[in-house]
Design a protein around this ligand. Structure first.
Ligand SMILES: [Zn+2]
Length: 314
């Protein structure tokens, strides 16, 4: 009786030990296989360091990580994916541009590639999307139809402009409101140039080209169809006695910097953004985009090209 009980006790202990061993091996095996099939393991195997793995896991969706796993290790990727305006489909172009332009920050790389700035001017061009209304984009890659003339062009009163300035009706209304607000502070804005037809832009560009060659013409004038002035949505603003970049030194310019967005206007070609806009700094060129977009562009401190690429074209 006593012996039997002891044997039974022994069997129970042996059975429990075996069961425990099976459970432990099971857990270890499960952990082993789940780790080896995890993104962390796979990314590390390609060559990503712990912090890079964390960045990738925190910023990309599963399908995008699957795609990364198909590629070789790329040290640019963790730096690019944390940028605010990163667009996944541009990843390979960002990385290529970054390798070829090591002086550019990842932030600039994303901005430049988003607006097609990694392509030569006037290549990869397309007819711009007219359904965007006040937000239609014209730049070195997006053009207007040669027959396009806004239907509601009206003349800006000579009180606010030099002779022969025309813009779209809404633009005129907002410009006049802006003019009055500036004038209450003793400032006088003058619309110097606004709507230009396809034909007149073509004449300017061809004249430059005939006199100085194509490179010069492209540097100082937009090609016909690519000028924002054909949209009827922009105005070159000056003040008395200050033309071109002298305008930058005026009180009128400083006032516009602070207030233009409240009336729907933005400085279209800011200083230091040449590689993004494709244009040299122009302190006088203001584009109407509507109050809502102008505030967003102003608050984010980005160009219209970047805004369009990220919010409207993506
Ligand atoms: Zn202009």
């Amino acid at each position: 009786m006593y012996k039997k009980r002891r044997r039974l006790k022994k069997e129970v202990i042996v059975g429990a030990v075996i069961l425990l061993a099976v459970i432990i091996i099971g857990i270890l095996a499960f952990n082993y296989f789940s780790y080896h099939s995890s993104y962390t393991y796979k990314l590390k195997e390609i060559g990503y360091q712990d912090d890079e793995v964390e960045t990738i896991l925190n910023n990309l969706e599963d399908t995008q990580i699957d795609d990364i796993l198909e590629k070789e290790y790329n040290r640019n990727i963790p730096k690019l994916i944390i940028q605010k305006y990163f667009i996944y489909k541009n990843l390979d172009r960002y990385s290529k541009y970054m390798d070829e332009n090591t002086e550019e920050s990842p932030k600039n790389v994303v901005a430049i590639v988003n607006v097609n700035g990694d392509y030569d001017y006037y290549t990869h061009t397309k007819k711009t999307d007219m359904s965007k209304k006040n937000l239609i984009l014209t730049n070195k890659y997006n053009y207007l139809d040669e027959n396009y003339t806004p239907e509601d062009l009206i003349k800006i009163s000579n009180r606010y402009a030099y002779e022969d300035n025309h813009v779209r009706e809404e633009v005129n209304d907002q410009y006049v409101s802006m003019w009055k607000a500036a004038n209450e502070e003793g400032l006088v804005l003058i619309a110097n140039s606004s709507f230009r037809s396809y034909e007149s832009q073509e004449a300017v560009w061809k004249r430059y080209k005939n006199q100085h060659g194509e490179e010069y013409a492209d540097k100082y004038a937009a090609r016909a169809g690519y000028s924002e002035h054909q949209t009827g949505l922009c105005i070159d603003i000056v003040s008395d006695g200050a033309i071109a970049n002298d305008f930058e030194d005026t009180e009128e310019f400083k006032w516009l910097q602070k207030n233009a967005y409240k009336y729907g206007f933005i400085l279209r070609y800011p200083k230091g953004k040449e590689k993004i806009t494709g244009y040299s700094y122009e302190s006088w060129h203001y584009r109407y985009v509507g109050v809502e977009a102008a505030k967003e562009i102003h608050d984010a401190d980005i160009t219209f090209d970047e805004y369009y690429a990220y919010y409207l074209a993506k």
